[in-house]
Design a protein around this ligand. Structure first.
Ligand SMILES: NC(=O)c1ccc[n+]([C@@H]2O[C@H](COP(=O)([O-])OP(=O)(O)OC[C@H]3O[C@@H](n4cnc5c(N)ncnc54)[C@H](OP(=O)(O)O)[C@@H]3O)[C@@H](O)[C@H]2O)c1
Length: 355
């Protein structure tokens, strides 16, 4: 199969680097363009990037000259697919313009997540939303598919297996890694040895996005999942991995064993289709007293291409209709680049990327 040429916008950032890492040797996609801001444009990628994605910087990508994140540069590169890791402030206009030129845009940015015709996709949960958006492209040129907020990605994968028990309400408290704020997001002075109980916009996203992900698409519009989600978010001095303390209220009593079994046996379309970045088990349940931990569990997921793509659950405690548990999600992989890549793999293998 010919590979789809792809452009990575924001390729020098924390999320962009994971795209570059995960695209090396990818069976469906090959890099046609790496784009950054004016700071990086014209420099070799290896010189422009401060590599933090682990392992060696892929050598071919390192020699590539960073281009501007403009429509002209993307079109000139021959890319048919765009992975966007731009800041929200720059993403909206760029993604709109690329979509209108017929490109398929998979974005991490929140700029278009609220748009009624942009699906917020967690591939194991709502692949039908992607199909609907992609099929509409005949009228609109291309399409934009967003991934969810990084903490929401973890929360949604914990809730999806538990939905058959009947969820009434959800409360979540997050302990979020520094990398969630981007390469230059936080001064060491503010976070070293400290916790900050506020992350702008994050609680709102956690409250709102499950409604989009678990909602239904009808011919006349989108019907959100009606379950209320309350969120409290805290930044902690951890490098990678958002830890979530989740409390789920059900319609009836749910035991720990039944919940653990539902979480551990959960599978979605990406697993059925054997997509390259799909973790064999999307949710891994740990039974130790002190797991999950960012330091030990952030790279959960197998095979090798799916490292960091599994959410880890643990500390399940049931009290009648309430189940408390912890979850851990790799914020820049499962919560960002890996999620977009898995969505694009789904689109490619369902024939949604063809002209
Ligand atoms: N970090 C996370 O855990 C996470 C999780 C989910 C979603 N996201 C979202 O993903 C996006 C990227 O996040 P990040 O953490 O990777 O941020 P980051 O480390 O700050 O990287 C930002 C990237 O965008 C480029 N850029 C900045 N301003 C630009 C402009 N005006 N025009 C073109 N390119 C520009 C930067 O290029 P230069 O390096 O050349 O300046 C860099 O490549 C954001 O929308 C963020 O909200 C992040």
């Amino acid at each position: 199969m010919n590979k789809y040429p792809v452009a990575v916008l924001g390729a020098t950032g924390l999320v962009g680097q994971h795209f570059v890492r995960m695209l090396e040797g990818h069976p469906d996609f090959e890099i046609a363009l790496l784009a950054g801001s004016e700071r990086s444009t014209g420099r070799p990628y290896a010189a422009a990037v401060e590599w933090t994605a682990g392992g060696d910087l892929p050598s071919q990508a390192g020699k590539t000259t960073v281009q501007p994140a403009s429509v002209e540069a993307v079109i000139a590169s021959g890319a048919r697919v765009v992975f966007s890791a731009l800041p929200a402030s720059a993403a909206g206009a760029a993604e709109d313009a690329l979509q209108s030129r017929g490109l398929a845009v998979f974005t991490n940015a929140s700029a278009r997540r609220g748009d009624p015709d942009v699906p917020v996709v967690v591939p194991e949960i709502n692949p039908d939303h992607l199909v609907r958006a992609a099929r509409r492209k005949t009228n609109r040129g291309g399409f934009i598919a967003a991934d969810s907020n990084c903490s929401t990605a973890g929360l949604a994968l914990l809730l999806a297996p538990l939905r058959p028990f009947g969820i009434r309400s959800v409360a979540v408290t997050t302990f979020q890694a520094i990398s969630g704020a981007g390469r230059r997001g936080l001064a060491a002075m503010d976070i070293a040895g400290n916790c900050v109980p506020f992350i702008r916009g994050e609680e709102e996203k956690l409250a709102r996005e499950p409604g989009r992900i678990f909602g239904t698409l009808e011919a006349d519009g989108f019907i959100p999942w009606p379950v209320p989600v309350r969120a409290s978010c805290c930044r902690v001095p951890v490098r990678e991995g958002h830890l979530l303390s989740v409390s789920v209220e059900f319609e009836g009593a749910v035991g720990e064993d039944a919940a653990a079994e539902a979480l551990a046996s959960f599978r979605g379309l990406p697993q059925e289709m054997g997509l390259p970045s799909a973790p064999e088990r999307p949710v891994i349940v740990r039974t130790e007293d002190n797991r999950p931990q960012p330091a030990l569990d952030v790279w959960a997921g197998s095979p090798a291409r799916a490292r960091g793509m599994a959410v880890t659950a643990g500390r399940l405690r049931s009290r009648g209709r309430i189940l408390d548990l912890f979850g851990l999600v790799h914020n820049t992989v499962r919560g960002a680049a890996g999620a977009c890549l898995l969505t694009a793999e789904l689109a490619a293998r369902q024939g949604l990327l063809h002209e």
